[in-house]
Design a protein around this ligand. Sequence first.
Ligand code: LMR
Length: 395
Amino acid sequence: MLETLVPQPEDKILKLMGMFKADDRPNKIDLGVGVYKDASGVTPIMGAVKAAEQQLWGAETTKSYTGLAGDPGFSTAMRELVLGDAVASDRVAAAATPGGTGAVRQAFELIQMGNPEATIWTSRPTWPNHLSMLKHLGAKTREYAYFDTETCAVEFDAMMADLGAVAPGDVVLLHGCCHNPTGANLNAAQWRAVADHLVAKGAIPMIDIAYQGFGDGLEEDASATRLLAQTCPEMIIAASCSKNFGIYRERTGLLMAISPSAGATGVAQGTLSHLNRQNFSFPPDHGARLVTMILNDDTLRGQWQDELEAMRTGMLTLRKQLSDELRARTGSDRFGFIAEHRGMFSRIGVTPEQVDQLREKHAVYAVGDSRINIAGMNAETVPVLAEAVAEVIKG
Ligand code: LMR
């Protein structure tokens, strides 16, 4: 049997990770995988997380199973973080998952269980693993226009035109904030228009929110998700704690399903637990417990918010610096959008060949679609990157 397997396509982000590791040039710059790094290139354990781990080490008395949907305290804390009081809690079913990716994967399966006929709409472009998982599951998919590669901004009119073809019961996957890979996001009026459109069409929004707190702030980054929750009768949300708590390897995420009325929540909750049981049984607990402790303790929460805010503002400073350095070197405003984009990524709009040149000649690693990880830079490497980009676009 195993001899009949065929090689699977490599994930381009993970492939780049391997290439960067194997490169022995000392000046190499990693702008590939979406992992936050501080100015010294380290992915730090946040102080609030360390403090919670220390407390947990003293207080934890058992490693027995939690519930199939994880610890209810985690679901409550995360529901409040993401949704605030946008929707009555008795309409929200929730289950802990292995990371945000686990939540996305379970969400796709939930959709297939609820409505096998539903088409799942994704932005063009989207996080490549969305497409890969959808293909793996044999889901019906369509794309909607999102990013104008000329202006490096959202092409909203084209997006709405494509979403005109959404059918009742279809699911539209949206990035709650900090769009990955582009860094270009809808404004409040555009979100309002999308929400109204989905209601009019009888379509269901699915939000992937993996970078809450990395864009405009914790509350601001949740505002689109909350608006949709207030507007649409049904909704699915996949939330990740990997980035904003810096607990990537703990695999901590939450899937939420909002039903039109409290009466439907019980079956939705049972279905989320059932899906966990089928795929991996009980979800990981360590990261979820740390998140719960941090969100429920004023001191830890204050420390965490300060640390997260420092990460966010640091990335904004780097965006501005890169945009300024590129303006100075190219004599044009072509890269002004980098300062306007939000989150960990921007797609800087150079060609795949130029991305190859950046890597081969300048040891700068970016994803082939020209996505760069803003947190992969620091004040010293921004001018180096700007120089390299200016050189490759000159040809
Ligand atoms: C990314 O987009 O780089 C991150 O979400 C990490 C990953 O798993 O791809």
